[in-house]
Design a protein around this ligand. Structure first.
Ligand code: SF4
Length: 352
């Protein structure tokens, strides 16, 4: 196991058999010291590129309407218990102003695939942010759309796009997503985003229902092939009003192992310590950073809507998770010898 970890750290890759062996075995109790070796190597790799600085993004959850019905998602169209909202362009700009005042230089606009908002309206929102905050990065995380729509938003000033593929196995994809969603289309969107020039992010849920080590191997292979600038993974956490309400959650440890493996495979990638990680363990974010993550995304949405963007049960949106509480976040980072970096935090290889 030690030799495999060293090979992964040196070559940034393993062959399929080696990777599968690592995935199937490193979580076993007898491999605790191997896990520590893996985590240490991933942390050293992250520090080599990014030092002890953590990029910070202001997350604005601007609509919880969605036309889709992903079986795991609390804001799926088929959940009548979700209390719906849609922020206006002025609401979004007000959140950006507050974020800018706090020192943030990336705004992440996240939302469902909202049928009530046209591509042109999204373009106008991006343009308005770009005009008022020329020194900030704009990230979109709004699902699957046409090449033309992605291009229009890019030309309006968007820099980055997050679109998790969730699983790179077709059968598993269908267990998590009903028709008409398809893995092929999701992948096509990701390749289009890269072609247009976005800093592109993908990723998957860890411990989602039905997930096997073989599926994760396919995820790692797809991510290697796509070579995205951002990789977001977090534990699956069930939501009580979804078809997967009774499925067990993914674990902190499995997520940390995968963050560390991904860091070693992608030394320069932007890898967040996600809100889901902070939700399953009080120090989940810090542990994610110590395993190679280098980004956090505190919530910058207006306070009155934060509880409505409930993708999974008990999702954090206050305390150190709230953008207005950066001092608390700074204290938590200082305790593990890290600092917030208030810059745009582009991928090291990025040129627009
Ligand atoms: S996961 Fe995304 S696309 Fe699927 S239902 Fe939720 S918001 Fe919509």
């Amino acid at each position: 196991m030690q030799a495999l970890i060293q090979k992964l750290a040196r070559d940034r890759n393993l062959d399929n058999d080696e990777l599968l062996y690592l995935l199937e075995n490193i979580g076993r109790p007898e491999h605790e010291s191997d896990r520590n070796t893996l985590f240490f190597a991933a942390r050293a790799c992250s520090q080599q590129t990014f030092g002890n600085r953590i990029y910070i993004r202001g997350l604005i959850e601007f609509t919880n309407y969605c036309k889709n019905n992903c079986y795991y998602c609390g804001i799926r169209a088929g959940n009548p218990a979700a209390s719906r909202y849609r922020l206006t362009c002025e609401d979004i700009l007000a959140s950006c102003r507050e974020g800018y005042r706090l020192g943030l230089h990336t705004f992440v606009l996240q939302g469902g695939e909202d049928p009530g908002r046209s591509h042109q309206e999204i373009r106008d929102i991006v343009s308005a942010i770009r005009q008022e905050f020329p020194d900030c990065a704009i990230t979109l995380s709004i699902g699957e759309h046409s090449f033309e729509a992605y291009k229009m938003w890019f030309d309006a000033g968007a820099d980055r796009f997050l679109l998790r593929h969730e699983t790179a196995d077709n059968t598993h994809y269908r267990q998590l997503h009903p028709q008409p969603l398809s893995l092929d289309h999701r992948k096509e969107c990701l390749w289009n985003l890269k072609r247009i020039g976005y800093q592109t992010g993908t990723g998957f849920m860890v411990g989602s229902p039905g997930q096997t080590a073989g599926h994760i191997l396919k995820d790692l292979r797809f991510i290697k092939e796509l070579s995205p600038q951002m990789i977001g993974i977090g534990p699956f956490i069930p939501h009580k009003d979804t078809p997967l309400a009774y499925a067990p959650a993914g674990t902190l440890e499995q997520t940390l192992i995968l963050i560390a493996i991904l860091r070693l495979m992608h030394p320069a990638a932007l890898i967040p310590a996600t809100t889901a990680l902070g939700t399953i363990a009080p120090d989940g974010r810090e542990q994610g950073i110590l395993c190679g993550a280098n980004v956090v995304m505190p919530n910058l949405s207006p306070a009155n809507v934060r509880k409505k963007y409930m993708l999974y049960d008990n999702k954090l949106s206050d305390g150190a998770e709230a953008a207005e509480n950066l001092a608390a976040l700074e204290r938590r980072f200082a305790a593990i010898d890290y600092k917030i970096d208030f810059g745009r935090g582009d991928h090291p290889g990025f040129k627009k």
